[in-house]
Write a new protein. Structure first.
Length: 244
């Protein structure tokens, strides 16, 4: 009888351990997002606390998220930011961050730092695809007089930058709500840093944007076998010219 109860106890412990492990694996898994922005989003807070390891959108994966704001500023908390899949007009895949990125009138500026790693999925890498350029889009911008909203972006692997802004400082509204950059090198992954700054000044209207989107283009490099065929063709042409 004692041995039977002991066996039942061991079975229960094993079952509990297995369920705990499976729960942790499930929580830390990548989630595939609809690239058309029509599917359910992932909350940024879940990407920060490890509840979700990352997201996959088309042929790109996004992970290792980091988010920070200034103490007492008006930028949204991580639990108030939705992360959607996104596709631009050229069919490039990426993510869109939706939230109240803003600064209320009075006081100092509001600033947020957002980082993540983008990577070509293993399947696309095996086919020779590499990231060749990046695109930044800002939407839902609203400003009063003498106000500004900026998104400055940089990459750990190079010195390239992207900039989008709206400003009424010193005059009428000026905007550049999208930007892009073509890299000198091709990448399988990039570490992306966005600095999001808003300043409403002393007006009676918040400086804000509600959507910050990012896409990445890629090109396919020839496989080693293809490169060998190209080299042989070049050698054949050269040999033919010498004989001629």
């Amino acid at each position: 009888m004692i041995e039977k109860r002991f066996s039942q106890l061991l079975a229960a412990i094993a079952c509990f351990a297995a369920l705990t492990y499976l729960t942790q694996v499930t929580q830390a898994a990548f989630i595939e997002l609809d690239p058309g922005s029509s599917g359910d989003p992932v909350i940024l807070a879940d990407l920060l606390n490890g509840q979700v390891e990352g997201v996959i959108v088309g042929d790109k994966s996004f992970s290792e998220f980091f988010y920070s704001t200034l103490p007492g500023d008006d930028m949204p908390a991580p639990e108030d930011i939705n992360v959607f899949g996104f596709t631009d007009l050229d069919g490039n895949y990426g993510v869109r961050f939706h939230g109240a990125f803003r600064d209320r009138p009075g006081g100092g500026v509001s600033d947020a730092l957002l980082e993540f790693t983008v990577e070509v999925t293993p399947e696309a890498q095996a086919q020779g695809y590499r990231i060749s350029d990046a695109h930044l889009f800002v939407g839902g911008v609203g400003l009063g007089e003498d106000s500004e909203f900026f998104v400055d972006e940089s990459f750990l692997q190079n010195n390239d930058t992207l900039n989008a802004f709206a400003t009424t400082l010193g005059g009428p509204l000026e905007t550049q709500l999208s930007d892009w950059v073509y890299f000198d090198e091709l990448y399988t992954s990039l570490r992306v840093t966005k600095d999001i700054l808003a300043d409403a000044g002393d007006t009676n209207q918040s400086a804000r944007a509600t959507s910050i989107a990012q896409t990445f283009s890629q090109v396919q490099i020839p496989e080693p076998a293809t490169l060998s065929l190209i080299a042989l063709a070049v050698l054949g042409i050269a040999a033919g010219r010498r004989e001629f």
